[in-house]
Write a protein that binds this ligand. Sequence first.
Ligand code: SAH
Length: 319
Amino acid sequence: MTYTRKQLETFLALEDFQEIYAQADALRAETVGDIVHIRALLEFSNHCKRLCCYCGLNATDKNLPRFRMDPRDMISTAQEACQAGYKTIVLQSGEDPWYTPDMIGEVVKQIKKTGMAVTLSCGEHPESVYQYWRDCGADRYLLEHETSDPKLYATLHPDSSLEARVACLRSLKRIGYETGGGFMIGLPGQTLSTIAGDLLLLQEIGCDMAGIGPFIPHPDTPLREATPGSTELTKRAVALARLLLPRANLPATTALGVLDDAQKENVFSCGANVIMRKVTPNNLKKLYQIYPAAFSDVDIRTGRLETEAEIRSLNRTPV
Ligand code: SAH
């Protein structure tokens, strides 16, 4: 489907959005079916050299105890996730130069031996590094573009630019990764027109996945006083993303569940078909707070069974 920026902006502002939710849900059923993919999320380092104003891991927060997992522990956690039934593991971190490209590449190779798909989500790197990790077997890469407004991007990321971010996404796509973009809803200074631009950028890049979640202010960041993003607007953006990218994998982002647990169900009925579940070791989970969130400390297998049950209760099939 193609829409203009103005059309998308008008949709986002509709008094009654039910018709578009229904369209998005029908298209989801037709293109990706009733299956909900459960991805294991391993947050392996909370060290970060970046200054992203909204993120609880940003380099200026000197109070946060930092951790990094040993590559051997990353591999054994992935093996445990595999035994619990996961088919994909997402390796996510801050931008932590302690891990050399070779170290990450080796972790990817070892995890691939389990048969699981590997998604990387560790920020911006040169194209040659992305290529090397792809050669090691990485299947997918998540790199949210955060906002399509270049000025807002520069304000929120004093050490980076939208241009550089989008160049990374284009490299990933070119190299042949299943490429995931995405953005936050409710960033201070964002308008409906910005969100319309965010949606069009996903389509222009040709994203295979898109993480769209509400911004949640973190108390140890410059944006601590800001208002959280709207869950309704987030669901609307997910539904429109489904219409623009009919076959995409669209997660019901963790942030959405954080704001309002009841919304998780709704987000599955407006186009989403993926959910992530943390497999990060319990003593480290609480230190990986990109935004403030409650976390469960059950073991990996129990967590997986809980998520499967939730999905079945929504009449969808967990995979
Ligand atoms: N360092 C990696 C991983 C970032 S964390 C990278 O740069 O890609 C994954 C995503 O969490 C971010 O891309 C951002 O969209 C989201 N995020 C970060 N802080 C947030 C906040 N305060 N509220 C909501 N989402 C946030």
